[in-house]
Design a protein around this ligand. Structure first.
Ligand SMILES: Cc1ncc(COP(=O)(O)O)c(C=O)c1O
Length: 380
């Protein structure tokens, strides 16, 4: 029998898809999960097979609060944590609970294109706000606020997808003050906050500002452990956490993913999560060097800043170049990438391209970049 689909794989096996934002199969820590699952399943306590407590497994929240307090450098309290099925789920729940069709939401231009898909499912009116090499521009946010406040501002403040940019501390504080003044929520997607490959300290997570009641920091195990776990968290003021916990979804189905939570709790408690992140940092640092070198040699006209964290290179090509058109011609070259226009809420960014450095091994990264260069030359 042919194997049946399990993983969400997008590219055929002979295509190198440098656009894909998934971790590599070879980096998914089966042994760590196996050890913890075996331990969990050999105990007599079977409470994780019951409907879960609405806020999420209490033991996981305790373990996570310790882990995040260390990682973020400030205290993270269990009562401020709510367990989700990942950031995609958190965003969907946020839209269900805090918006109705037609409401305004602000996003960075560019932003994570699959979050834009979730906002479209909720029929939200998405308004792009300008960014520069330091992320969202507060003056542009103020200009947009002059006409009307959004229900929320969706931000990826650290190692942004797709740009890799990080919002400095001062801008974070300015944006929090604007949220308080104009009464909107900040939905900070911090999926890459713990994937810093340099020794430079990062600006504080938005979790540092939850006292304001305007801030929701969203985290995920997808990029630091494994996306198939479908597990993440929200860190916010207890009033907001309680609103999430009181949703109809949880009233009916109980807290999210109690079984997975019990397994991941073991990985966090044993220090396995921390060591896994250490391994990823090393691996991704090498892959960045390989991609940087390949880009310099094969795509010298692409401009970019070498990323210090996250998953992506964001390439700028000369004006007039259209990466969506280039992609249409890529299939005979057995290569793929994500064109800039995908990440734009206003049809811009046509001369940009997102490349991911985490999925492929070094030789495939080099080969993929070479194929894109060949495709580009064929267009001239
Ligand atoms: C910015 C951003 N947010 C969210 C996600 C998805 O997170 P999760 O797997 O926790 O739903 C991704 C995955 O690529 C991402 O890049």
């Amino acid at each position: 029998m042919n194997s049946l689909p399990v993983a969400q794989v997008m590219a055929p096996p002979d295509v190198i898809d440098l656009g894909m934002g998934n971790p590599s199969p070879s980096s998914l820590p089966l042994e760590l999960i196996r050890e913890s699952a075996q331990k969990t399943l050999s105990q007599n306590d079977n409470s994780f097979l019951q409907y879960g407590t609405e806020q999420g497994d209490g033991y996981l929240r305790v373990a996570l609060s310790g882990f995040l307090s260390k990682g973020f450098g400030f205290p993270v309290h269990t009562e401020n944590l709510f367990i989700t099925a990942g950031i995609s789920n958190a965003l969907d729940l946020l839209c269900s609970l805090f918006t109705k069709a037609g409401d305004r939401v602000f996003v960075e231009e560019p932003s994570y294109f699959l979050a834009l898909r979730i906002f479209a499912d909720h029929h939200l009116n998405v308004i792009p706000i300008e960014t520069d090499e330091n992320g969202l521009v507060p003056a542009s946010l103020e200009r947009a606020l002059a006409s009307a406040a959004p229900k929320f501002l969706y931000l990826i403040p650290t190692f942004q997808n797709p740009t890799g940019h990080t919002l400095p501390q001062e801008r974070r504080e300015q944006i929090v003050r604007l949220a308080e003044k104009h009464n909107f929520l900040i939905a900070a997607d911090e999926v890459y906050q713990l994937l810093n490959y340099s020794s430079e300290p990062l600006p504080k997570s938005f979790g540092a500002y939850i006292e304001s009641k305007n801030v929701i920091s969203m985290g995920s195990f997808s990029k630091i452990l494994a996306p198939g776990l479908r597990l993440g968290w929200i860190q916010s003021h207890a009033d907001i956490v309680n609103r999430f916990a009181a949703s109809g979804l949880l009233d009916s189905g109980g807290g999210l993913n109690p079984f997975t939570s019990a397994v991941v709790r073991g990985v966090v408690e044993s220090g396995g999560l921390e060591s896994n992140i250490g391994r990823l940092r090393q691996r991704y640092t090498n892959q960045i060097a390989v991609m940087d070198d390949a880009l310099r040699r094969h795509l010298p006209r692409a401009q970019y800043a070498v990323p210090h964290g996250g998953y992506f290179f964001w390439l700028r090509f000369p004006e007039g170049m259209n990466t969506s058109e280039l992609r249409k011609r890529a299939s005979p070259f057995k290569v793929d990438f994500r064109p800039g226009a995908l990440f734009s809420s206003n049809g811009g960014l046509k001369n940009f391209m997102r490349m991911c450095f985490v999925y492929y091994e070094a030789d495939e990264i080099e080969e993929g970049v070479k194929r894109i260069a060949a495709c580009l030359h064929s267009m001239k």
